[in-house]
Design a protein around this ligand. Structure first.
Ligand code: DGL
Length: 266
């Protein structure tokens, strides 16, 4: 039997990771869950994000979705809640965190930048990643919530407010010496072409998509589900959302995340 892989994000950003996984493992059964009622996660507290992910696990159980592997395709959710969520489920979880290590290996100027949501930038997980993998280079940190909204607009409406994008990037004022920019939010690859053009293609952009697809493939192999997930017949992708999506681009099933019973009365 092919594996059921659920890819989760606050919004549409996780589809950038999903695309990499689908390329590698084309015929697994995929579902994509967006908690857009709480978008943007980057402006939420850590406790709220932990609660939402615990409710997601409850949703999977309650609806008997038989998920074999969850990809938290959200740097904000992964850096805030990965360890808490792993404690409450046996389903293997792959988190997506900023590609600090590859960026530190790629830089020639020894100066890299991380562009992520405010919550990811503030998280102790991110600080540890930098200390572990980039202690020999300068790492400048930049956060933006507006870029998440612009990526959502581009995805759903196929149009981008370029003036706004340039204004946001100008305000960030990324230091001139930076030669590698980490897109530390899964929404940002949706804007990669435009971001790259803004910097006249002089900065290398890196994200975690390919590495995540390899990790998923490795874990499915360990579970004995990889071969079938490659060779099986293609299955339709089910999208779930917690708030209405005003676009006919995707057929989305509207659902509610409720607190697991052990949360009641808190
Ligand atoms: N796509 C999410 C991430 O990778 C965050 C977007 C949001 O702020 O909701 O961090």
């Amino acid at each position: 039997m092919s594996a059921h892989i659920m890819v989760f994000d606050s919004g549409i950003g996780g589809t950038t990771v999903l695309e990499h996984i689908k390329q590698r493992i084309p015929n697994a059964q995929y579902s994509y869950f967006m908690d857009n009622a709480f978008l943007p996660y980057g402006a939420q507290t850590q406790q709220t994000i932990i609660n939402r992910l615990c409710s997601l696990i409850h949703f999977i159980k309650l609806n008997k979705l038989n998920v074999d592997l969850i990809v938290i395709a959200c740097n904000t959710a992964s850096t805030s809640a990965l360890s808490a969520v792993r404690k409450i489920t046996d389903i293997p979880i792959v988190g997506v965190v900023p590609a600090i290590k590859p960026a530190a290996e790629l830089t020639h100027s020894n100066h890299i930048a991380l562009l992520a949501t405010p919550a990811t930038i503030a998280s102790s997980y991110t600080k540890t990643l930098i200390a572990q993998h980039a202690s020999n280079v300068i790492v400048s940190l930049y956060s933006s919530v507006e870029l998440v909204n612009l990526a959502e607009q581009l995805f759903f409406n196929d149009c981008l407010d370029t003036i706004k994008l340039h204004a946001v990037l100008e305000d960030l004022n990324i230091e001139k010496q930076v030669d590698v920019l980490i897109l530390g939010c899964t929404h940002f690859p949706i804007l990669a072409k435009q971001i790259s053009e803004y910097f006249e293609n002089s900065i290398q952009l890196v994200d975690s998509g390919v590495a995540i697809a390899s990790r998923v493939s490795y874990l499915l192999d360990e579970l004995g589900l990889l071969a079938q997930s490659i060779s099986d017949i293609k299955k339709p992708l089910q999208y779930y959302a917690t708030a209405n999506v005003f676009s006919d681009k995707l057929a989305v099933k509207l659902v509610t995340l409720i607190d697991p019973p052990e949360f009641e009365g808190r």
